[in-house]
Design a protein around this ligand. Structure first.
Ligand code: SF4
Length: 211
């Protein structure tokens, strides 16, 4: 498979594919990514715009009353869990990293509520690391395009890392996310406007019913 052609076509369709979360520090990005689980980046940005006015450091988050934090992030959904994770991560950063958000993926993964996907996003976007975060969009597109048959995100990540040059991992991650959000949606993908039709296994198998 010509993965470079896939990248060029994705770049043509999504020339501004970058992280859509608004942040001004690694810690702000970490909080935003935790809040983004099962929630749109747009909603997270609305919430963090207010939250970060008063609490955008580990110290301020830890000092914040839990109910106040829950109310501030309520519209992101799963706010009990997310408040616990945000507070837990902030406390761990204070306790174990001197108040500075760690810059390695391995250290990020030790924070409460931070799984591999979150660690990959923060490592790549905040620190410029080479990482391929696999979220629901990346997972779906990887299967539709025949880039991976992996049964779980870790297996897909491994296949994607092998398929694309290391320096392009974060870039291709954003391209796939944008394509999944705006064109290749889970339901009713816009195949008619997609430049990847001729290399898409999903389209080949389903074009009669979805085109
Ligand atoms: S052809 Fe359709 S299913 Fe395939 S990548 Fe494009 S939008 Fe997605």
């Amino acid at each position: 498979m010509d993965t470079q052609k896939i990248v060029r076509d994705l770049e043509t369709m999504h020339p501004n594919a970058e992280c859509e979360l608004v942040f001004s520090s690694p810690f702000e990005l970490l909080v935003a990514v935790i809040l983004s689980a099962q929630c749109t980046d747009k909603r997270v940005n609305v919430v963090t715009k207010e939250l970060f006015k008063t609490a955008n450091t580990p110290e301020a988050i830890v000092a914040m009353d839990t109910v106040t934090l829950e109310n501030a992030i309520k519209s992101c959904g799963f706010y009990h869990d997310k408040a616990r994770n945000v507070k837990g991560a902030a406390q761990a950063i204070l306790d174990r990293f001197g108040g500075v958000t760690p810059s390695s993926r391995e250290e990020l993964e030790t924070l409460p509520g931070v799984g591999r996907k979150t660690a990959n996003v923060v490592y790549a976007v905040a620190f410029g690391g080479d990482a391929f975060a696999v979220d629901t969009h990346v997972f779906r597109l990887s299967h539709r395009l025949g880039l991976s048959n992996g049964k779980d995100p870790m297996a897909v990540e491994k296949d994607l890392c092998a398929a694309f040059p290391q320096k392009s991992w974060a870039h291709v991650h954003h391209l796939l996310i944008h394509h999944g959000r705006y064109v290749c949606r889970a339901k009713n993908p816009s195949c008619a406007e997609c430049l990847l039709k001729d290399r898409c296994e999903f389209y080949a198998e389903n074009n009669r019913s979805i085109s």
